[in-house]
Design a protein around this ligand. Structure first.
Ligand SMILES: *[C@@H]1O[C@H](CO)[C@@H](O)[C@H](O)[C@H]1NC(C)=O
Ligand SMILES: *[C@@H]1O[C@H](CO)[C@@H](O)[C@H](O)[C@H]1NC(C)=O
Ligand SMILES: *[C@@H]1O[C@H](CO)[C@@H](O)[C@H](O)[C@H]1NC(C)=O
Ligand SMILES: *[C@@H]1O[C@H](CO)[C@@H](O)[C@H](O)[C@H]1NC(C)=O
Length: 307
């Protein structure tokens, strides 16, 4: 390039060039800063995080420890026989009515109302793809459905294969509704168990119909996979609503009721159980659980979903 430049007076004229002016921006010489974590900084940041997070952790731990809980498993206790097969046989002899038994729960620390009553099942895979999909959301919301659109509900779609008798609510999830029941008493006095306010209001308002009554659902007791439903709009049975909220793990706990009564420390709660749900066929266990949640926890405990 230099070689081509004309010599002489023209060289004194300002150069016509595309070269940018020499300023630090155009030359990319602006001061830059790069974050380099020196040991002092690392230690400092960790210390600040520790100061902020330790009290939060201590608070959570305290809340977790102040949850008072008593529970007892009853599947072995409540059916005669030694093996699962024998226990299942003795349960089936009751023709669905269930065996009866009672157990005592001793309250160690005083529980103040509301006290939650849960049932816990193990080895029950509500999250199985075929099981979880065996329901019809539109039908649950109250839309009348017939024919092939209900295919997902198979095999609990039509009552005894009669295509004019659509089961409502159809599908395995509803059909296997948990049906054990508990009666609670302490010191000879009955403890009332409420079933109102145990399900999520959004689920009652939007997932389940407020007009449609169950149809072809409560019939054929010998074929029943689980409990029956009241002849009332679907969203009035809050235990049913909890059952329809699929549990994520094979061991789960669902809210069965609420006791609006304090239980003093040392109190013995007599739980008398109607053991009707057949968990013996798949080797699952059942437990009943009383739990008081202190602090700002919501009434609905997420462990019913997570456990
Ligand atoms: C089951 O309960 C029904 C109604 O209470 C009764 O009629 C029936 O005899 C009972 N069956 C057995 C096997 O106990
Ligand atoms: C099928 O269901 C319909 C409606 O419930 C009923 O009228 C009819 O008698 C049933 N048919 C048979 C064969 O059971
Ligand atoms: C309870 O569920 C079992 C299935 O686990 C069923 O065989 C039985 O008929 C049901 N009993 C009642 C009273 O709903
Ligand atoms: C518990 O309740 C059942 C049913 O009411 C009763 O038969 C049993 O005797 C009670 N047990 C105790 C220890 O009170």
């Amino acid at each position: 390039m230099e070689i081509d430049r004309p010599a002489g007076p023209a060289a004194a004229l300002p150069k016509k060039t595309k070269e940018p002016r020499y300023i630090s921006f155009t030359q990319q010489e602006l001061p830059a800063c790069r974050l380099l974590l020196t040991p002092a900084w690392v230690i400092g940041i960790c210390l600040v995080l520790a100061i902020v997070l330790l009290p939060i952790g201590a608070g959570c731990l305290h809340a977790a420890f102040s949850v008072e809980e008593v529970s007892a498993s009853y599947d072995q206790l409540c059916a005669a026989g030694t093996s699962y097969a024998e226990k299942e046989a003795s349960l089936l002899q009751t023709q669905g009515n269930g065996t009866q038994c009672s157990l005592q729960l001793t309250v160690r620390k005083a529980m103040t109302a509301p006290v939650f009553v849960y049932y816990e099942l193990t080895s029950f895979y509500q999250n199985h793809r075929r099981y979880a999909g065996s329901e019809d959301n539109s039908q649950l919301r109250g839309v009348a459905r017939t024919g092939s659109v209900l295919g997902g509900c198979s095999p609990e779609q039509y009552l005894a294969g009669n295509t004019s008798a659509v089961i409502d609510p159809c599908g395995l999830v509803a059909w296997t509704l948990f049906n054990d029941s508990y009666t609670l008493a302490s010191g000879g006095n009955a403890i009332a168990v409420q079933t109102i306010g145990i399900a999520y209001p959004t689920q009652l308002n939007s997932q389940l119909s407020n007009t449609v009554h169950p149809q072809n659902f409560n019939t054929v007791p010998t074929l029943r996979g689980g409990g029956t439903l009241p002849d009332a709009p679907l969203n009035t049975d809050q235990r049913f609503a909890n059952w329809m909220r699929i549990a994520a793990l094979s061991r789960f706990r669902k809210l069965w009721g609420v006791i609006e009564q304090d239980l003093p420390a040392g109190a013995t709660v007599n739980v008398s159980i109607v053991n009707a749900y057949n968990t013996y066929s798949f080797g699952g266990s059942k437990a009943v659980d009383l739990k008081q949640i202190t602090g700002s926890y919501s009434r609905l405990d997420p462990s019913s979903v997570l456990m």
